[in-house]
Each structure stands twice: as C-alpha cells, then as structure tokens.
Write a protein that binds this ligand. Structure first.
Ligand code: ADP
Ligand code: MG
Length: 401
C-alpha cells in the first residue's frame, strides 16, 4: 500500500525526522489559507504547491490541457494569492509523469509547504532486499529530479549497503552513509541521526520502501527531507490500523480494490488476455506462456486454493470489466480447488455479465470430468483445451485471429 507524500512526512515526523512545515489542501481556498498560516506562523516568504498523487516525477510532470510551457506538478510561488491561482489550475487536472504512464493521475489534493533554501540535493532510500533478507540503503550525492538518468548513465554514483535487522543501525552504517553522501563534520552527525530515525520508522511501520528524493542540505547546513515516498508491506498491514487509515482508494486500480474485497490476488497488467488461474506459480507460468505464444496478459489473478463459486464469479466479473481484455484464459489445476466449482463460477458470472470475448478453459485435477460436463452442458461458447501450451495457443489464436 502506498501513501501520499504529506502523509509519509507526517509519519516520519513522529520519528523525529526534520521535514518542512506544510498543510494538505483540497480546494484553492484551503490552499491559500494554508499559505497564510505558514506566512504568519513560520514567516514563510516562499511557498511550494505540491500535487499529491501516488507517483513520483511530479516536478517534471505535465498537466493535461495546459500547454507544454505550463509549470509542472510541483510549483514554487511567492504569495498566498499565487498559491491559490496555481491550486485552482492544478486541482482536478490530470498530471502525467514518467511514473504514472500516459494515462496520468488526477490531482485531488495538494500539499502546501514552506519553501526550503536548497544548497544541495541528495538521494536516500531504504528498501527490503529480499536476496540478503536485510534492509538495503541506497544513497547518492546526485539527488533530485534526474535520479533515473544518474542510475542509467553513471551508476557508479549510486552507493548501497545493507543493515541487518538482527542488529539494526551501527556506527559503521552511519560512516558508510556519510561517505556515500559526502557529508562532513556536523552534517555527517545529522546524517547518522537521520539514518537511525528513518530505519526506526521503516521497521516499526513495516515499510517495504522509503525513498527520500531529494534529501537536501539547506543554506545553513541542515539536512531536510524534501520529498518522501513510502509503501508498506500489505501482508503486515493488519498490525498497523493507523496506516491503513491513510489508504487513498482513489489512487488505486478499481479492479484491484474489488479483488481485495474477495481476497483475490489480482494485479492489473497492460495486455489483452484476461487470466483466471489458481496458485501463484501456475499464474506466473500462464503469463509466461501467453507471452511465449505472442500475446500479453491483461492481469495476474490467483483465485487461491479454497475458492468458492462466489469468489470465482467475482474474479470473472473483474476480468470482464476490463475493456482491454480481448479474450479470457481459465487455467485451473484442481488440487484443493475443485474443477466443478470453477465451472459453476464461470457460468454464474457469464449469466450475469455476458461473454463478449472468446473463452478458453483448461481444467485438470479434482472433479475435472464434472467440471467439463458442467461447461459442455451450459451452452456457453467455451473453447476447451487439454494442457497449458494448447490453452495458450488457442486463446492467442482466438484473439489474434
Ligand atoms: P517529484 O519527485 O515528484 O518530482 P519533489 O517533491 O521531489 O517531487 O519535488 C520536485 C523538486 O521540487 C525537488 O527536487 C525540489 O527541487 C523542489 N521542491 C520540492 N519541495 C520543495 C520545497 N519545500 N522547497 C523548495 N523546493 C522544493
Ligand atoms: Mg522527488
């Protein structure tokens, strides 16, 4: 689960991390009021109007409907009235960044923040490293809006080291960070403190990624977190009801939200063949073989072991609601899952939502004969397949003609 920048900063602040003052705003009036409060309470003379979407690259992003010369999704302005007019232009508009894909994301909220005096922009992130089972720290002196180019063109400028969760942060990690970020004297001390705070937040909240880009050195030599992107391990969310409250479903794929209600493992993808499979391994293999036969999967969907007819029906509806889907492949190896349940679910769903695209079904395992019989007698236009390769070949042929 992802959260917005302003929420991530609030979480980090609880752990003592230095962040600029700011307020979220949902309307131009609220944005102006936030700037006035910053001016009055903190003496701010520069304000930053920041689009809150679950994607990075906002600064260099472009708003749909505004010309190429219009400012991006992060704007530095001088007066509360400018905050208001920019907020007015940004709210409700679709922002396209390198991370949103061409469809972009609608900006429904802003963060109004005090402007910082930036002397240097650095990069710092923490993530779960599955290979070493440790927390990986990635740091670079070349922070800011072109970190992707740095990673591509000059990867030697990006440093990383790991922290063992059994021991936590040691002085050696702080030294590694200071070296990676070229921090000296008091700044190195600040870096050590920041690393401990970020690590504490990361582990206490079960994050799987925390990216600070940029982390800045201010004109008066202070480290300040200027942007924060954070995601949580969904499997640990039950331990963090306060974080679950930060969820913004308007940022998530509707089909994925629906799937989570039925406890289905569903990930929307970009291709044209909808897949309903049981077991993550078989689902992955199905995606691979669809590609091998020359097409692309529209989703990953694991209906799980003990799926009910209701669950299968929900899964089928989610797949058919995707306008990209040009054909459906049901691939079930019935172990705990029974083939007749799948067959029934498919029929119930098709009766409810109709079937406008070709459907290939490959069933194998428990109650397979019964499952096939149910499908054959249903009068549905189902293309039966014998094995995985046969199923993939048939659905790709049906879609491509
Ligand atoms: P994104 O990574 O989505 O582009 P950032 O929050 O990193 O968004 O903002 C982009 C750039 O805008 C930063 O690299 C920084 O130069 C500038 N910026 C962001 N917040 C502030 C701020 N509070 N004061 C001054 N400049 C800022
Ligand atoms: Mg950033």
């Amino acid at each position: 689960m992802n959260i917005h920048e302003h929420q991530a900063k609030a979480v980090l602040k609880e752990f003592g991390v230095a962040v600029p003052r700011g307020f979220p705003a949902y309307s131009p009036q609220e944005a102006k009021k936030a700037a006035e409060t910053l001016a009055k309470e903190a003496g701010s003379k520069v304000f930053v109007v920041k689009s809150q979407i679950h994607a990075g690259g906002r600064g260099k992003g472009r708003f749909e409907g505004l010309g190429p010369d219009a400012k991006g999704g992060v704007r530095v302005v001088k007066t509360p009235d400018d905050v208001k007019s920019n907020a007015d232009e940004m709210l409700g508009r679709v922002l396209v960044t390198i991370q949103t894909g061409p469809a972009g994301k609608q900006v429904n909220r802003l963060y109004i923040e005090e402007g910082a005096d930036i002397a240097k922009e650095l990069y710092l992130s923490l993530l779960v490293d599955r290979v070493s089972s440790k927390v990986s720290v990635v740091a670079s002196t070349e922070g800011g809006m072109s970190i992707e180019d740095v990673a591509h063109d000059t990867p030697e400028k990006i440093h990383s080291f790991t922290i063992d969760p059994a021991t936590g942060v040691w002085p050696t990690h702080a030294r590694a960070l200071a070296q990676a970020l070229n921090l000296k004297g008091d700044l190195a001390k600040q870096g050590a403190k920041l690393l401990s705070q970020l690590y504490a937040a990361f582990t206490a909240k079960d994050m799987d990624m925390l990216e600070i880009n940029p982390l800045i050195v201010t004109g008066d030599d202070k480290l300040l977190v200027l942007d924060a992107k954070c995601s949580f391990d969904s499997n640990a969310l039950f331990r963090h009801p306060d974080m679950v409250e930060l969820r913004d479903v308007t940022e998530e794929d509707e089909k994925e939200i629906e799937a989570s209600k039925y406890d289905l493992s569903y990930i929307a993808l970009d291709g044209e063949i909808g897949c309903m499979v049981n077991g993550a391994g078989l689902a992955m293999a199905t995606l691979d073989i669809i590609k091998l036969y020359g097409s692309e999967p529209a989703n990953f969907l694991d209906v799980g072991g003990g799926a009910t007819t209701e669950k299968v029906t929900a899964a089928f509806k989610i797949i058919t609601s995707d306008p990209k889907v040009k054909g459906i492949l049901v691939n079930i190896f019935g172990g705990i899952m029974k083939c007749d349940i799948i067959a029934q679910g498919v029929i119930v769903a098709v009766k409810e939502v109709g079937l406008k695209v070709p459907l290939v079904v490959r069933l194998e395992g428990t109650n397979v004969e019964l499952g096939k019989k149910i499908l054959n007698e249903s009068g549905l236009n189902v293309i039966a397949a014998d094995d995985l390769a046969d199923a993939a070949a048939k659905i790709v042929k049906a879609v491509k003609g």
